[in-house]
Design a protein around this ligand. Structure first.
Ligand code: ATP
Length: 616
């Protein structure tokens, strides 16, 4: 549906449009229609109550209150708009300038805005109104200055987003002058949210200006606005409330109009956001389920937009885990291990695009499950254990709450049942039940990681994905945690995908190993073949880079020479080709497929290390 048609269907848009139109008509026509009645004194009708001739009574000179309230629409609105526009212009220029000025000036401007924001706007307005002297001009100026910091902060935040864009960088490279950058590249890109802020600020300014006039600091007699009429009506509010009610209602009506208008514009801004809302085609169902697999992933790819272009940090990844199996996923930093795990767990940022041929967890096709069911299935079937248990646990909650809340939400267990289960889970990870009353900061790093694992076990998942679960722990605790995971999968038949860049650790405690390089799996082999059976030159280089106790300390540690490929410039051939000691002519032309070497080992290489060489 196009935007204008959407508006026609929105009652809020209709109501705000009608209210705004009524205010504009009144501001234009009221002085012509009721100006004379509003200004003509009538000594015979002083301080009268409501009557047919004067529905809201008369004032102390016998002037019709309703006529005066209607006539005051124009000055009240004009003054509020003037204060808003002045404040907005000053604030936006100040804030947006931070995107184009140098670092030092930016710091100075930011400090100035921070300082001004420390004082409440109304306090600044009151103070300045007194300084500038009572009168409409002083009040408008005071409100404008008080509004500057708020607009400056908003413009600063919005401009910061534009400052990082390619087009501003390109304009800078072209050598455009600062004021041109500001007018042509920054302001047009932040105009819409600023317009929305200005609209709501106009409502606030109207109320504030009426307040200043009410206090005698704004519009001065014989001129009048709603605030001053309110002041006059207040003198006799107990005898006759209507003369005070009329300007009060007018202020409320106008403020509400601006607020509603702001709501409508906010909806428009939200809908117009940078997100591409073209409906995605329904996902194709996954390939056929293979019996007895906990996790079945085929041809998984992840695309991520970055400021420099779209990258594919994961592509063509296939893996499968059976119940009770413990599989290591290794590779250098940045090879795509974590993103693979996050893609499986549906935890990637929204802007990421996932494609896959098959993605099944415990037999259910995650690709075609509706979002609610998918989240439920993932929450109960999969547990994630992250590298840093300190940030994965909520510091303000007791361990008991953290352990029991998921089970109570997903399995609708009673509090007592959930606590009993938490005690069991803690015991299983070797922690005393007394820890239930502790908070995360009272535990050691190893204890926190055990709690994370216990929390994962609460829902008895079929799969635990442990992403570098021991990296933040010391070596002894590392061993305890890996032993714990190994014991658990034996007791509970839970499969474990163990992500690590530590190939020695993986080789020691996993059954199978998947080696990842530049976003793709290059070798899959049993862990006991790592030392003498690895056939991919990259796997061999990784294994060779592991120091052992017998290594000569005077010689530098071997490393894998060269650097991984630039994800922004993927080459057509094997990604390891530039670093590979066994590369052939055609390696740079075509990426090698994953081939079976035997029933348990697969490799993606045009020239794998021969078995006899690997074994020697
Ligand atoms: N949110 C993101 N936006 C853009 N690029 C990302 C994002 N997350 C990861 N990447 C990039 O994707 C690639 C793979 O990252 P990933 O975290 O999966 O690697 P990893 O193998 O787990 O590395 P490490 O062992 O250091 O955790 C890296 O080049 C990384 O810079």
């Amino acid at each position: 549906m196009s935007l204008p048609r959407r508006y026609l269907r929105s009652p809020t848009a209709w109501i705000s449009a009608v209210m705004l139109a009524s205010l504009v008509v009144l501001a234009l026509a009221a002085p012509l229609l009721w100006g004379t009645a509003a200004g003509r004194p009538d000594p015979s009708a002083v301080l009268r109550g409501p009557s047919a001739a004067h529905p809201f009574g008369t004032d102390d000179l016998g002037r019709d209150v309703l006529a005066r309230v209607l006539t005051a629409t124009r000055p009240s609105l004009l003054l509020a708009l003037a204060a808003t526009l002045l404040g907005a212009t000053g604030g936006v220029l100040l804030g947006a300038a931070t995107a184009v000025v140098g670092r030092r000036a930016r710091r100075l401007l930011t400090a100035l805005v921070n300082l001004l924001l420390a004082f409440p706007a109304l306090l600044i307005a009151l103070f300045l109104a007194v300084v500038f002297g009572a009168g409409a001009g002083g009040a408008v100026l005071a409100l404008a200055v008080a509004g500057v910091p708020g607009f400056a902060r908003l413009a600063q935040t919005l401009a910061a987003a534009v400052a990082g864009t390619d087009h501003l960088a390109a304009a800078r490279v072209l050598g455009l002058r600062r004021h041109r950058l500001l007018w042509r590249h920054v302001l047009p890109n932040i105009a819409e949210p600023l317009l929305l802020a200005t609209t709501t600020a106009a409502g606030t300014a109207l109320v504030a200006l009426s307040g200043l006039s009410f206090l005698g600091l704004g519009v001065q007699p014989p001129a009048y606005d709603w605030g001053q009429l309110l002041n006059q009506g207040l003198d006799r509010i107990y005898a006759d409330p209507l003369p005070a009610l009329a300007p009060g209602l007018a202020i409320l009506y106008a403020a509400l109009t601006f607020q509603l208008l702001g709501e409508v514009l906010a909806g428009r801004v939200a809908r117009r956001g940078p997100v591409d809302r073209t409906p995605a085609p329904p996902p194709a169902p996954s390939g056929p389920a293979e019996e007895g697999l906990v996790l079945q992933v085929e041809d998984l790819s992840v695309e991520l937009p970055t400021p420099d272009g779209t990258i594919r940090p994961v592509h063509g990844v296939s893996l499968a885990l059976r119940p009770g199996e413990i599989v290591g996923l290794v590779g250098e930093s940045g090879s795509g291990k974590s993103l693979t795990a996050l893609a499986i767990a549906d935890l990637l940022p929204e802007r990421a695009r996932i494609t896959r041929r098959t993605l099944r967890l415990l037999g259910a096709d995650l690709a075609t499950l509706p979002p609610r069911q998918r989240h439920r299935h993932l929450a109960t079937g999969l547990a994630m254990v992250f590298q840093n248990p300190a940030s994965a646990l909520n510091p303000s909650l007791r361990i008991s709450t953290q352990l029991t809340e998921a089970v109570r939400a997903h399995r609708t267990a009673s509090r007592a049942q959930a606590t009993a289960q938490a005690v069991g889970a803690l015991r299983r990870v070797g922690l005393p039940p007394a820890l239930l009353r502790s908070r995360p900061h009272q535990l050691s790093g190893g204890q926190r990681q055990r709690v994370m694992i216990a929390s994962g076990l609460m829902l008895r998942p079929g799969l635990i994905i442990a992403d570098e679960p021991t990296t933040a722990l010391d070596v002894t605790v590392q061993r305890q945690i890996t032993r714990l995971l190994a014991d658990l999968r034996q007791e509970t038949a839970t499969a474990v995908l163990f992500i690590s860049h530590d190939i020695a650790l993986v080789g020691e405690f996993c059954e199978r190993v998947l080696v990842m390089y530049a976003g793709t799996i290059v070798e899959a082999l049993p862990a006991d073949r790592l030392a003498t059976g690895a056939r991919h030159p990259y796997t061999r280089a990784l294994v060779a880079s592991v120091p052992d106790l017998a290594a000569d300390r005077d010689r530098p540690l071997p490393t894998v020479d060269g650097a991984p490929p630039d994800p922004l410039a993927p080459a057509p051939g094997c990604p390891f080709e530039p670093r590979c000691p066994r590369r052939l002519g055609h390696c740079a032309e075509q990426a090698p497929p994953m081939d079976d070497l035997d029933a348990v080992q697969r490799v993606a290489c045009w020239n794998p290390v021969p078995a006899e060489v690997a074994a020697s």
